[in-house]
Design a protein around this ligand. Structure first.
Ligand SMILES: Nc1ncnc2c1ncn2[C@@H]1O[C@H](COP(=O)(O)OP(=O)(O)OP(=O)(O)O)[C@@H](O)[C@H]1O
Ligand SMILES: [Mg+2]
Length: 244
């Protein structure tokens, strides 16, 4: 699904050049469930943004589902992003003026699908996340966990091959975090490749494959190079309390 070789990603600002990914290699097979951990600033979001075609890269080769990304034009990239990838973010990113149904409909608006087919898919996605009864609620009328479930429904409604979730449980308590993880597992069981970034080592351990980033490179867990955590991820609210 994802094949990255020697990927470089450099952010340049007036004062500093940051090598967010350097000589980065990663291969993720179709149907895998991978968790990604690493300290703040290690490049996790950068990696998901590059993987999800939300951001460009400065060197190396990236093949996404067989396509050489550097050869794709903007329109092809948008189409692939819309059809093959579902995104889930820490802050839910729902549109406040749209109800649950219309939020989940957003990715389908770019498809030429008959209204009935769209409705069917939206209802199916809401059924998967267990929110059928909230279909005409607005985001402000939902709990955080429910809002994230809407975001999960929005990510899966277009039947993507790949779900990229950047700290999807970072704003949730541990019970809700586990529910979101249950959902991602369920979606993965249906065949979708899932990559989840998390600071919670217990959640990360639920994934069959765990990878660890440090300074824009993958750390080989086998060699036990992984540094001790700087905070106790099991503690509730540790995201807010962490100091690095
Ligand atoms: N738009 C940008 N412009 C300049 N530098 C950036 C930009 N985005 C990220 N960086 C830098 O790239 C590095 C990697 O950032 P990234 O957001 O990928 O880290 P992260 O692992 O997701 O961290 P966190 O756990 O805090 O979310 C950081 O040093 C950051 O300052
Ligand atoms: Mg991040």
């Amino acid at each position: 699904m994802i094949q990255m070789q020697s990927i470089q990603k450099i952010y340049r600002t007036e004062h500093v050049e940051t090598h967010a990914l350097s000589g980065f290699n990663l291969s993720i097979a179709p149907g895998e469930f991978v968790s990604l951990m690493g300290p703040s600033g290690s490049g996790k979001t950068t990696l998901l943004n590059v993987a999800g075609l939300l951001d460009s890269f400065d060197g190396g080769t990236y093949r996404l589902d067989g396509d050489d990304v550097s050869r794709l034009g903007d329109r092809q990239m948008s189409r692939i992003r819309n059809e093959k990838i579902g995104f889930i973010f820490q802050t839910f990113n729902l549109i406040p003026d749209l109800d649950v149904y219309d939020n989940v409909d957003v990715p389908l608006r770019y498809r030429r699908l008959p209204a009935a087919a769209r409705r069917e898919r939206i209802e199916e996605a809401l059924e998967i996340v267990g929110l059928t009864s909230r279909i005409h609620h607005y985001p402000a009328q939902l709990s955080g966990g429910q809002q994230q479930r809407v975001a999960v429904a929005r990510a899966v409604v277009g039947t993507p091959k790949l779900i990229l979730a950047d700290e999807p449980t970072g704003n949730l308590d541990s019970a809700m975090a586990n529910e979101i993880m249950d959902l991602l597992e369920k979606i993965n069981d249906l065949g979708t490749t899932v990559v989840i970034v998390t600071h919670d080592s217990e959640l990360a351990a639920r994934a069959p494959r765990q990878i660890y980033l440090l300074d824009g490179r993958l750390v080989d867990l086998e060699k036990d190079e992984r540094p001790a955590p700087l905070f106790n991820p099991a503690e509730n609210g540790s995201r807010q309390a962490q100091s690095y």
